[in-house]
Design a protein around this ligand. Structure first.
Ligand code: MLT
Length: 388
């Protein structure tokens, strides 16, 4: 059997963070260890029944067995527009300012192909979801990293980015509520970012997948499109995955500046044939009737957050109390690197946590806990860690 060499873009690629963690987890599990997985942010709670029923009904319709529309069903895009209006008071034209995605990861991964030429540069705020830099590289672009540090509340210091970099940057990737740091961004940050992006003609790609996981109504995260000029420069990626426990369904949306939406749509026309229409119909149901369920999920995550924070504080592990997202970004104990600590924890306790450096260099010294298992298992996980 011939062993074909990969293209350069693959041979220089590090292993995908969560695939590598899955592999390490499987090896420990094979020894019969009871694994508690606080790794990937994949909600354990089931998708609400009414969404499953909507899928069931929609799956019976023969029209949904044929190719979907490339940019998505108008009905789904209209539901997204209505949801954005209700949730963020942002008006969107479903015809030109919304495209349906097969999950937001798919859209984010494809977007640079529409706007990055070989040699162009993108600013990636890091630690980050690995897809941002990989997608930039796949499009032939170069990445300039912008560090997110505790001292600046894990927001990029926009003034520390040189004039030259702003001029060169084709786009900047931001993500609030942030994965992995759980930081949130306020109006001043968005206003400044939009001003900088307008001055330098830089596209802002905002990954907003976690806006619906917040712990206090006063801290409800914003859409960048709420702010003056947001639509001039930004495209926002959103998803039903985290809000309604639908990671397996692969349904999301990109919204915002019409030329950015159009460019992404052109790439998608050539790469995929759209999201299964029955899933889009179920997505319509979720967007229209999902809010009371999202409220219940937030209460569950809040209970889990408080359980873990109390347990970590008890054993002297430092972390901020997150206002949003279902992640906890904690400091590794003195004397360990992120990788050593997480490997040790997995090998000796069966608890999967994600090393901060897996999200980029400024993540060194941290680890991430995902609150996607029940409180008793979270307590058990911290108790096992404390015995190390
Ligand atoms: C994460 O754990 O960082 C995310 O769940 C990964 C993803 O959303 O693809």
């Amino acid at each position: 059997m011939s062993d074909f060499p990969f293209a350069d873009r693959l041979s220089t690629l590090p292993p995908y963070l969560f695939a590598a963690i899955d592999k390490a987890k499987a090896a420990v599990k094979a020894r019969g260890v009871d694994i508690i997985s606080l790794g990937i942010g994949d909600p354990d709670l089931p998708t609400p029944d009414f969404i499953i029923e909507a899928l069931h009904e929609a799956a019976k319709k023969p029209v949904n067995h044929q190719y979907p529309s490339y940019i998505g069903m108008l009905e789904f895009r209209q539901a997204v527009a209505d949801w954005y209006k209700e949730r963020f008071t942002v008006g969107l034209d479903p015809e030109s300012e919304i495209v349906t995605l097969i999950g937001s990861k798919e859209g984010i991964a494809h977007f640079p192909l529409a706007f990055i030429n070989p040699g162009d540069m993108a600013l990636v705020c890091t630690p980050n979801y690995p897809v941002y830099n990989v997608a930039t590289n796949f499009a032939g672009g170069e990445v300039e990293y912008v560090p997110l540090v505790d001292g600046n509340d894990f927001l990029p210091d926009l003034d520390a980015i040189s004039e030259e970099s702003w001029k060169r940057a084709k786009m900047i990737f931001i993500n609030y509520p942030n994965n992995p740091t759980a930081a949130t961004a306020g109006p001043e940050f968005y206003a400044k970012l939009i001003a900088k992006a307008r001055e330098s003609d830089t596209i802002v790609l905002h990954d907003a997948a976690y806006t619906e996981i917040y712990y206090d109504a006063a801290d409800k995260p914003a859409s960048i499109l709420e702010f003056e000029g947001g639509k001039d420069v930004a495209i926002e990626f959103h998803s039903l995955s985290k809000t309604y426990n639908m990671t397996g369904w692969r349904i999301g949306m990109a919204v915002g500046n019409p030329s950015l939406v159009k460019g992404l749509g052109k790439i998608k026309e050539n790469c995929d044939s759209g999201a299964f229409q029955a899933v889009q119909e179920a997505g319509v149901a979720a967007l229209k009737k999902g809010e009371p369920f999202a409220e219940q999920f937030r209460a569950i995550y809040k209970d889990r957050r408080d359980t873990v924070i109390a347990a970590l504080q008890k054993i002297g592990i430092e972390c901020r109390v997150p206002k949003a997202s279902f992640y906890i970004w904690a400091k590794v104990p003195h004397g360990f690197s992120s990788t050593d600590f997480c490997t040790n924890v997995l090998e000796k306790t069966g608890v999967v946590i994600t090393p901060g450096n897996g999200f980029g260099k400024p993540g060194e010294g941290y680890f991430r806990i995902s609150l996607t298992v029940p409180s008793d298992r979270l307590e058990e996980a911290v108790s096992r860690i404390s015995k190390l």
